[in-house]
Design a protein around this ligand. Structure first.
Ligand code: GLU
Length: 454
């Protein structure tokens, strides 16, 4: 079989949302899975609605998500230019080609595609109708996702408007032919265009690509399609909220596809290996922000420590949690106990700020909870303090200290955990407590416990 060539063909008329990202991603995965080529083509024929800013967002978002294109803007390739706005002459020539074959004709200033065996509007004029239904057998389309789909196109349709601009169907097909696209993977909202596209391929005498129409993404609640205005719809949002691009990408893969063994958090190399377009679901996918956030947390945990530190440092500097004097060794030590618990890089400053300042924030809600549950937190800290002061500063020794005081006072050791956590961090939850105390160090811990009692 000849090499797979797929394309992502966005129109830069709005922000890059998860629907577009998922379409791009499925094309990219298919290309990488088959060893084919992934082409980026900008469908910017609608001059009024296109903008440079939107174009930049598309490039940035695709790069952020790691979807590199083999041909297209800023990369080049032998089938360029890859902006439809720069291909006007080609479209005009292609229109002439159809006209010469008798497959395109002009009426009321617009150019129409004459369907094979169809009566043309021109002919129908004297019947006082614009055009008439033609007896056509439905075309059967073998869609990679949907299986057999029957479509009928029974009327001539406009391919060049009276203002001289080609319509979407025309440029889309001309470019798919010229760029030798073998497979078209796109949203189900385009399924209704496919019959027109197949007619155009027929008119040009070109072999159509194989289509795969992927399911819609529904909003979290209710029956509606996810729209650009819904929360969580824009890729930029995840960039700003410091999501890991690999986690966002992993989640997008699951919108309409499930890995064969059901394991959902997996490295991209593994996804590329497993991805089958024929296994894409026919039913609509539903956007689930909690799942996305869960995958983000899971992915964060799997990062090598050095990579986690590289991501964390600029965020902590920017939020002034640390300054440049904090050594790599110290940062890595703190991050080492934080990494398995923090759910997002966005929360990192709040989660670990107390390691680097004595003036840490105290969560009043957590304090109120403590008093409600375990009686007097100050009394607990006071009971524990002498034993901790005598303990060696290792996790097992600290654990033994909690156990000993608990046993002596006929309390669970955990009765002491929450008060000590609050006294040392101001928080009601967080990283593993014994680890926190070890990394805070003996002096800081004891000083904070004493300050709490006072
Ligand atoms: N420019 C079209 C869109 O934005 C592309 C459709 C296609 O992939 O064929 O949806």
């Amino acid at each position: 079989m000849s090499q797979v060539r797929v394309r992502f063909a966005p129109s830069p008329t709005g922000f890059f949302h998860i629907g577009s990202a998922r379409t791009a991603l499925f094309n990219w995965l298919y290309a990488r899975h088959t060893g084919g080529k992934f082409i980026l083509r900008i469908e910017d024929t609608d001059k009024e609605r296109n903008s440079e800013a939107f174009l930049k967002v598309i490039f940035d978002s695709m790069r952020w998500l790691g979807m590199d294109w083999d041909e297209g803007p800023e990369v080049g390739g032998e089938f360029g230019p890859y902006f439809q706005s720069q291909r006007t002459e080609l479209y005009k020539a292609k229109l002439q080609e159809l006209a010469a074959k008798g497959r395109a004709y002009e009426k009321d200033g617009a150019w129409w595609l004459r369907l094979e065996g169809a009566r043309s509007p021109a002919y129908d004029d004297h019947l006082k109708k614009d055009y008439e239904k033609v007896d056509t057998v439905p075309m059967v389309l073998h869609d990679m996702v949907r299986g057999q789909v029957a479509r009928v196109e029974d009327r001539d349709f406009v391919i060049f408007r009276s203002n001289g601009e080609p319509v979407f169907h025309f440029v889309n097909v001309v470019d798919d032919i010229e760029m030798q696209i073998t497979h078209v993977i796109r949203g189900e909202d385009h399924l209704s265009n496919t019959s027109k596209h197949l007619e155009l391929f027929k008119a040009f005498g070109a072999k159509p690509p194989i289509y795969g129409h992927i399911p819609l993404i529904l909003k979290t609640d209710g029956p509606g399609k996810m729209s650009k205005r819904d929360k969580g719809a824009l890729i930029e949002e995840y960039q700003q909220r410091r999501y890991l691009p690999s986690a966002v990408r992993n989640y997008l893969c699951l919108l309409g596809w499930t890995p064969a063994d059901g394991k959902e958090v997996l490295p991209i190399e593994e996804i590329i290996k497993q991805f089958e377009i024929s296994a894409v679901h026919q039913s609509n996918a539903r956007f689930d922000e909690r799942k996305m956030s869960h995958i983000n947390a899971q992915t964060l945990r799997t990062l090598p420590a050095a990579e986690f530190a590289t991501l964390a440092r600029p965020i902590l500097l920017e939020t002034k949690v640390i300054d440049a004097s904090v050594s790599d060794a110290r940062l890595t030590e703190v991050l080492g106990i934080v990494q398995e618990k923090v759910t997002s890089l966005e929360h990192l400053p709040e989660f670990m700020g107390f390691f680097f300042t004595t003036d840490f924030k105290k969560d009043e809600g957590a304090l109120a909870n403590l008093t409600k549950k375990g009686g007097d937190p100050v009394a607990r800290v006071r009971e524990l303090l002498p034993t901790l002061e005598a303990a060696a500063w290792t996790e097992p020794a600290l654990e033994a200290a909690f156990a000993a005081v608990g046993a002596a006072r006929e309390r669970k050791p955990t009765d002491y955990f929450a008060p000590v956590r609050f006294a040392t961090s101001g928080q009601g939850g967080g990283a593993h407590l014994l680890g926190v105390l070890r990394v805070l160090g003996r002096d800081t811990t004891l000083a904070r416990l004493k300050a709490f009692i006072a």
